[in-house]
Structures are given as structure tokens and as C-alpha cells.
Design a protein around this ligand. Sequence first.
Ligand code: PLP
Length: 403
Amino acid sequence: MSKENKPSALMATYARFPITVLKGKGTHVWNEKNEMYLDFTSGIATCNLGHVPDQITQKLHQQVDTLWHCSNLYTIPSQTELAKGLVQHSLFDQVFFCNSGAEANEAALKIARKYAKDHGHPERTSVVSFKESFHGRTYATMSVTGQEKVQTGYTPLMPGVRTLAFNELSDLKKIPNGKTAAVLLELVQGEGGVNPAQKEWLHALQDICRTEDILLMVDEVQTGMGRTGTLFAYEQYGIEPDVMTLAKGLGSGFPIGAMLAKTHIAASFTHGTHGTTFGGNPLAATAGIATLQEMVKPGFLREVQQKAAYLQEQLEQVASRSSAIKKVKGLGFLIGIEIDAEAKELVTLLQEQHILTLTAGQGVLRILPPLTVEIEEINEFITKLDHVLQFVEEKKKVSANPS
Ligand code: PLP
């Protein structure tokens, strides 16, 4: 086949929407025809401060003119500063930086085994995760992901993984089996349908982990960096995880991931036991520092909570008007709308109204506005959602009673 006839130079891993995004600012993006879209996806919970936020842009510009990359063989002051900031604003003591959510979870899975070995339990090589979870696309993180569709075609998976039912109290007793090193979970399952963990279940899980000396590791790649209304979702549950992973919102769109742990666990990552070329390089760390500084400013997260509560209230009202909505769920600005229709169809209809949204499985419309979204933008979204839902209901009526 001649090169001209080949369909694309890109591998076909993504089913892309027919929209080309060329520019972004705040809650909006523009296509090649300069048409504007209201972006309620934030690059899948990544541009939490909106597109091209001024404060971060300025600092990145300065850093671009100073130093882009420096290997982790040398001291990188901005990396140390970001680590200090994350430690100051969380209950963890030390940080390992990488480039993505999957890598952050890889680091967590590795430190769990190492910690068990270092503490006289070489037999503890197993990890427990939960059905419908999503932890990444590398071999280990795909293996702990509780969705078969992610694993199809890639067996054999990493051995020693057990996937239990999420929010199911009776399953918790299966966790200690003499081989379990750690439990890894999302506090609100994002990709798997926007399923928040139940408080009682989570506390029972923490109790088992404490009693059995099993690490409790929270994947806050999607829930972290203000997405749920607090800097980290664990704060709202009143639990004390041993390990936490971050990525997505940490760099406001600049690729960076992090694995945070308490000192006694972090001690298992000694010289040469783990590493990466790019992790926490000066550009990434600068983006991380600027992001964190914005989010911890007095009143910032309070405003996020108020606006998220307003959006949820408005959605409840839409639900009361529309029989197509079964349930509104989620935490803060990580929201799922369970619908009695194909979520994909709704995403397409909203795109026609110049609104970008996501799905989370077949029947859930997922909305992830930037934390900086304005009330007027929320109102615009609600008006257009109402309109699209009316259209879906009309269509349903017509197909039920064709005449
Ligand atoms: N963990 C969670 C909870 C996620 O939502 C994702 C991505 O969607 C990942 C891990 C993987 O992150 P990345 O795509 O940066 O590897």
C-alpha cells in the first residue's frame, strides 16, 4: 500500500470525536474554525484551573527561559519545593515524582511489595483492588484495574491480584489471606461510573488494613487536586491512607505524577531501587508548584465546594424534570449522571450544542468542569442539558408510539 493511502500515521487506540481543539482559555476551547465550546471535561479532570491559567503560564514561561530538564542525578530545587508543599498540605511525609497516573500507581505497587519484604514478609506479594476500578494502562496497573475490557488481549496479567466487590462489606473479610501486601482503591471510581466509596465501608476497610498490617493505598489520580472540593478526597472520608497517588490535576495539564507515602513506607525506596528520567523535572515541578499555590489560597476550595454544590443542586432539579435521568452522583466537581439512554448519544448531542462532556461506562454522563468554572457557565450548561434531554425524551416517545 502506498503511504498516501494509509489512513493515519497514528495508531488507532482512541475513538476520537470529530472535533479538533486548537486553543483553550478558562472553561472554553476553540476548534480550527474558531468555534467556541464550553469544556466540562477539563481534559479528563486535568485542567482543574481551566485552560492556560495565567499564573501557571507566567511561571512556565520563566522556567522555559531558564532550564527545561535536569536529570534526577542532581538536585532540582523546584522538585524539592513541590514535595515540601504536598507534604505540608497532606498527611504524607515523602514524595516520589513520575510522569503519569499509571506510573504513580506502578510506584505504589512496587513500594508495597518492597515494604513487605523489608519487614520480613516476602510472601506478601499480592494486591487487592476493586471491581469497576481504573488504575492505568501499564501491565501492573492494567492488572489491578477491575474492568475486563481494559485487559482483553493482554493475558497473562500480573499474578497475585484479587479484585473484590466495591462498597461490599461482606467481601472485606477476604482481604487478609497471608499474602496481601496492599489494597489499592479510588475513593470515587471515575472511569468505572463515578461511584463514591461509602464511608462505613471505607472505615471497615481501613480497620482491616490496620489490624493486618496491610497498606491502604488511595489512587487520587482523578479525585486529587481539588476535584472533589477538598485538596484530596481522603480528607472528606476521615481516613488516613498509607500511600496516595496523584497525576492529572497536579500539573494543570503539564505531565507529572506523584506517589506519596508515610516515612516508614517511603524508607523502602532507597538509592537505585526506583527511578525515572523525566519525573519531576524543572518544568513539571514548576507547573505543580504554581498549581498547588493557587489551590491552597484562602477561600479557593471553599468557593469550589459552593459552586459544586450549586451545580449538583441544579442537576437534581434537571433530574426532577426529566425521566431520562435516573440518578445524580459523585463528589464535588466529579459528577456522574446516570441516564436511561446511551451516554455516548448524550455526549454527541451536547457537542452539537457546543458543550463538551464525557461518559463513564455506557449509562453514565460524566461532567468534570474546571474548578474555576463561573456560575453563568454552569447555568448555560444546565439550559443546554435540559434542551438535549427534552429532545431525547421526545425521540423516545416517538419511537414508542410511531404513527
Ligand atoms: N488512576 C485513575 C483513577 C485514573 O482515572 C487514571 C486515568 O484516567 C489513571 C490512574 C491513569 O492515569 P494516566 O492516564 O495518567 O496514566
